[in-house]
Ligand binder design. Sequence first.
Ligand code: HEC
Length: 136
Amino acid sequence: MKRATRGAWPGGRRLPLRLGAALLAAALVAGCGKPPIDDPRAGQGDPERGMLVMHQHACNACHVIPGVTGPDIHVGPPLEGMARRQNIAGAIPNTIENMVRWLRDPQAIDPKTAMPDMGLTENDALDAAAYLATLH
Ligand code: HEC
């Protein structure tokens, strides 16, 4: 019996294979810290300033943050590898846009979270988010 799918792709099996390779490549790129969904603010912040913002606001009092050293008491989760995480605080997808929202007002995302509102301005949060997005 003739297979129904034969001829559906010009060139036989080659197109679906190439499609598979393209999807694999896309998945690999996504695995390297690319935002999982469209992120209008990706690339807007200044990561170097973000590092200073985190020093100024003593985020390292509660978090281990590569590049931002501090005391050895840690209430919050380490932020190492933040760029690879799927979610922020297990609550919302890890995008720059969402990170800004989280940093500006964590209780708006999760009313029970122990992470305090650090009083970051929109710009501070955007820069800090840009720095966190470099932590693979
Ligand atoms: C008083 C301690 C404290 C301070 C200060 C603090 N955080 Fe947090 N942070 C937490 C806790 C606790 C959590 C875990 C929240 C949860 O899962 O509900 C958290 C979660 C986070 C997360 C999500 C981590 C993840 O694994 O999803 C990020 C990002 C973060 N904080 C960044 C910052 C930044 C940037 C600052 C400084 C502006 C800061 N935090 C200051 C306690 C703190």
